[in-house]
Ligand binder design. Structure first.
Ligand code: ADP
Ligand code: AMP
Length: 219
């Protein structure tokens, strides 16, 4: 049966950083809804253009567009073993839609690590984030700097600061998270699949804790 792991946590919790670290170890493709939207924007697809206005304002892209996009992505052959989801679901309606689509793949949400980081830490993490143009690899100017300034360690591509990582948009995104996404914590707790991980620890320790929690949930 396929295995589905959903990373939950506020913007800046470290979901992308951790997904990049554990995806290969778990043998699951890393599916980031934000990365897919940004890729569509780069390619100037209709979806990318529809999503851009919401993203730049720090709001959520409407559920119907987001759900259709993820359904298409999860039905590709590389998701046969399951997936490591990062940034989806972000609303209760998306969580319900995910359950329904995974049922069609004979699967369900197996583990939901919640990377817990207090709000006060998030702004500095996001305003100091640098992202690689080619593949979305993530760095921080203070907490996880690249070896060479402005250049991705993994693929040598240019690093840039996301439009929505400006301080004012970050504040908006955190508010949107608290209003629309945080209810998923109780939702997955009630489903018995939530596991909390302390996201204020050094990146490597968060990875160790995450892998241990996921192993326990999927053994
Ligand atoms: P998310 O995907 O949850 O929005 P990211 O993985 O992009 O978060 O991380 C946000 C920023 O915080 C990045 O600049 C990243 O380098 C940094 N970061 C991630 N995890 C940690 C950590 N445990 N300690 C300090 N900084 C971190
Ligand atoms: P992220 O890369 O996860 O920080 O997401 C960046 C932006 O993409 C968000 O602020 C939203 O505008 C949009 N986005 C990403 N995932 C979703 C989702 N599941 N539902 C709605 N909007 C999303």
């Amino acid at each position: 049966m396929p295995v589905y792991v959903v990373l939950v946590g506020p913007p800046g919790a470290g979901k992308g950083t951790q997904a990049q670290a554990i995806s290969a170890k778990l043998g699951l493709p890393h599916i980031s809804s934000g990365d897919i939207f940004r890729e569509n924007l780069k390619l100037q697809t209709e979806l990318g253009q529809q999503a851009a206005a919401y993203m730049n304002r720090g709001e959520l892209v409407p559920d119907d567009l987001t759900i259709a996009m993820i359904q298409e992505r999860l039905s590709r052959p590389d998701c046969a073993p399951g997936a490591l989801l990062d940034g989806f679901p972000r609303t209760p309606a998306q969580a319900e839609a995910l359950n329904e689509m995974l049922g069609k793949f004979n699967g369900s949400v197996n583990a939901v690590p919640y990377i817990n980081v207090p709000e006060a830490v998030l702004v500095e993490r996001l305003t100091g984030r640098w992202t690689c143009r080619a593949a979305g690899h993530v760095y921080h100017e203070k907490f996880n700097p690249p070896q060479a300034l402005g250049v991705c360690d993994v693929d040598g591509s240019e690093l840039y600061q996301r439009e929505d990582d400006k301080a004012e948009t970050v504040t908006r995104r955190i508010r949107v998270y608290l209003e629309q996404t945080a209810p998923l914590i109780a939702y997955y707790q009630a489903a018995g699949v939530l596991m909390e991980v302390d996201g204020t620890q050094p990146i490597e320790q968060v990875t160790v804790d995450l892998l241990a929690a996921i192993a326990k949930a999927t053994e």
